[in-house]
Ligand binder design. Structure first.
Ligand code: CAA
Length: 691
């Protein structure tokens, strides 16, 4: 490999340019190169200052994550940074793009920092289950203060150059070429007779109430430990001399490096990249999409339209009547007003979208020129077929016809058109302009460039796109339906909805399944059950859930469901009417006690078993596709990596044992997934199928 650090002289200044595409990660070769080039600069007669700069799109995006979990290779990053800081020469970091994690730590090891206005800095280690491990928690508080350091180290957020300048992390913000800016700044420092300025020699900052801060950060992390540990590391910067603070930081870093949370987070990082990177799409050009049609302006359709408009697409919304069209326009307007309020768009952009980019019509002919149309109408096959037949008639040759169905057979929908190769499922999650997940559902006859277009659209809309095969519920809703049934089984066997929610929220889910049901509205399931009973596909007789609805308890929207929301959504308390109804239904079912651990194992066993079936049947390509679906669409805790990563970590043997024991009383529901049995027999993990 060519030398990743170029060395050049400009008068008194040596320029060290890091060239390790795509983002100048601090690989072993880069670390070694920085050491060698610092030696070279110091031995180069006449050199009085060093500028460190990044080639390409970033200064440095941090440690090389691909090296994590492998044996450490010398020189270590802390040693490199100490080496830079200890240099007798003045060292300047000239920053552009991102300076993240170890990248910011390198910059803080330099004596001065200059950045272009578009530069961003951050300590994103918490997103990998870690804290900064090369002095970031010790040096940043010394230049930016404790509050700023805690904010950055616990949230991992990117801070723009201006803000970083105000907090003291960057000395100068100036527009221009980073290398030229760095050289000019270094020269000015030399001309001014400026001294070296090692951050480690700066005084320790003022302390704060550490325990209160630690507790608050721990609570916010919903079980994730790294952010709270970052608070303790920053505390060390205040309470210990610099060298001892560094050791304290290192100890915490190593402790976290060995946790399952770190494994889960790094799996999530790489899977997030891999999930949309499908080998079969390499070299396939997507069709051009500038103008899309959306059919149906309810919450889902309006959300899809909003996401498209925010990404710069032109949207034609089709509704059944002008009143419904106006209501849809109102919903989209409301979504855009939110984006305006949060600073995502300017007033001028907002107005241009509402006045020009969005059209609302009641006439299918308005869709004759769209490149892609997404249907988001009522979930009924007959209705969908009517819509697709009309679309087939009016849409231009080559236009893609997409359904947002969440469980219907997209092959059947495609078959009612004369162009099944142009039909695809694009399953968004509500609210579609907020939720990150997009299932790209691929029926049998879909052309490969249509699949590529689905993924390209997902990228444009800033979604995490997952390829799914056709089955009832695709990847996500099929697995959801199974683990939701497991929750209901536990209720019948003796666990209360409140114990179940508490156990799963402690596991890391944003909300337990019964709190989610209250949020979604209990009347939706009630309507489905009533319809199924009328069709004869479900046994007669009201269950406790029906009786809750009969009493008008639909969840949050009526103020009562499983919980009573009189004091607000966050101050929910159990609804006392629910348990007596459950008790009536439990008659005749053998009862047992469930600990929090029992609840998690039962629920997760159902989730993993169905996930394994979904992978085994090819509905999901790889285990990581399931993991990303659950992470981005179903509130699965990121620090656990996803259900199949979690399964690998707890051990597939044990899980299969659980499933077999549950199968003794309910063999049909708990039939072990053949893929799970195969992996156990071969002593393999789900992860072995990801590469
Ligand atoms: N190490 C190795 N590879 C990295 C990397 C890193 N730190 N950061 C990004 N990459 C890779 C990505 O995996 C991706 O590879 P593929 O093209 O093969 O998928 C490629 O670089 C481009 O990344 P993105 O597609 O994400 O590009 P982007 O422009 O959307 O985002 C980014 C760029 C903001 C740098 C983003 O990649 C990112 O946030 N990376 C993670 C940065 C990070 O977490 N740094 C801290 C590491 S821990 C540390 O530094 C402290 C320590 O001491 C251990």
């Amino acid at each position: 490999m060519s030398d990743p650090i170029a060395y050049e002289r400009d008068g008194d200044v040596a320029v060290l340019t890091i060239n390790n595409p795509p983002v100048n990660a601090l690989s072993q070769a880069v670390r070694q190169g920085l050491m060698t080039r610092m030696d070279q600069a110091e031995g180069d007669a006449g050199v009085k200052a060093v500028v460190i700069v990044g080639e390409g799109r970033a200064f440095i995006a941090g440690a090389d994550i691909t090296e994590f979990g492998k044996p450490p290779m010398e020189p270590s990053l802390p040693d490199v940074i100490d080496r830079i800081e200890a240099s007798p020469l003045i060292v300047v970091a000239a920053m552009h793009g991102v300076s993240l994690g170890g990248g910011l730590e390198v910059a803080l090891g330099c004596h001065y920092r200059i950045a272009v206005p578009s530069a961003r800095i951050g300590l994103p280690e918490v997103h990998l289950g870690l804290i900064p491990g090369a002095g970031g928690t010790q040096r940043l508080p010394r230049v930016a203060g404790v509050q700023a350091a805690i904010d950055m180290a616990t949230t991992g957020r990117h801070v723009k150059a201006d803000e970083a300048h105000k907090m003291g992390a960057i000395d100068v913000v100036q527009d221009g070429d980073p290398t030229e800016l760095g050289i000019a700044y270094a020269q000015k420092l030399l001309d001014d007779g400026a001294a070296r300025r090692p951050v480690s020699e700066m005084p320790a900052p003022e302390g704060i109430d550490w325990d209160a801060t630690y507790d608050a950060v721990l609570a916010r992390g919903r079980g994730q430990i790294a952010p709270a540990k970052a608070v303790r590391a920053v505390q060390a910067s205040v309470e210990k001399p610099f060298a001892e603070g560094l050791l304290a930081e290192r100890d915490i870093f190593i402790e976290l490096m060995n946790t399952d949370q770190r494994k889960g987070m790094i799996h999530a990082f790489f899977s997030e990249h891999a999930v949309s990177n499908l080998p079969e799409l390499k070299g396939v050009d997507p069709r051009a999409v500038d103008h899309i049609g959306v059919i149906g302006g309810g919450t889902m359709g309006a959300g899809i339209a909003t996401a498209a408009l925010l990404s710069g697409l032109q949207v034609t919304m089709l509704e059944m009547s002008s009143e419904a069209g106006e209501a849809a326009r109102g919903r989209i307007g409301g979504n855009l007003a939110g984006a305006l309020k949060r600073g995502k768009i300017s007033q001028a952009q907002h107005d241009a979208i509402m006045d020009k980019a969005l059209q609302v019509s009641t006439d299918y002919a308005a869709l004759s020129d769209v490149d892609l149309v997404i249907e988001a109408v009522f979930e009924d096959m007959a209705v969908k077929k009517q819509v697709f037949t009309k679309l087939d008639d009016v849409c231009k040759q080559g236009a893609i016809l997409a359904s947002n169905t969440s469980y219907l057979d997209v092959n059947e929908i495609a078959a009612c058109t004369k162009r099944p190769e142009d039909v695809i499922g694009l399953h968004f999650f509500s609210p579609a302009h907020v939720m990150k997940l997009l299932e790209v559902v691929v029926p049998d006859k879909t052309a490969i460039d249509v699949v590529a277009t689905g993924f390209a659209l997902g990228k444009r809309l800033n979604k995490i796109s997952v390829r799914a095969g056709v089955c009832d519920g695709f990847i996500g809703n099929r697995i959801l339906s199974t683990y939701r049934q497991a929750a209901d089984q536990m209720v019948m066997q003796g666990a209360s909805p409140y114990d179940i929610d508490a156990a799963l929220e402690a596991f890391g889910f944003a909300m337990g399944p019964f709190a989610v049901a209250d949020l979604a509205g209990l009347d939706i399931g009630w309507a489905v059950r009533k319809r199924k009973r009328a069709e004869g596909t479900m046994p007669d007789g009201a269950t406790y859930a029906d009786k809750m609805c009969e009493a008008g308890n639909f969840g949050q929207k009526t103020g009562k469901g499983y919980y009573d929301y009189a004091a607000g959504a966050k101050a929910r308390v159990p609804n006392p009417d629910v348990m007596p109804l459950i008790e009536e239904d439990r008659a005749g079912t053998p009862q047992r006690t469930f600990t929090a651990d029992d609840i998690v194992r039962y629920y997760m066993a159902a989730m993993v078993n169905e996930s394994a079936k979904v992978v085994g049947e090819g509905i999901a390509r790889r285990p990581l596709d399931v993991d990303m679906t659950l992470l981005f669409g179903y509130g699965f805790p990121r620090y656990r990596g996803g259900p199949l990563k979690w399964a690998d970590i707890v051990g597939l043997d044990d899980l299969l044992g659980d499933i077999k024991s549950y199968a003794e009383t309910n063999p049909e529901f708990w039939a072990p997934a053949p893929l799970l049995e195969q992996l156990v027999a071969e002593g393999k993990t789900f992860d072995s199928l990801n590469s």
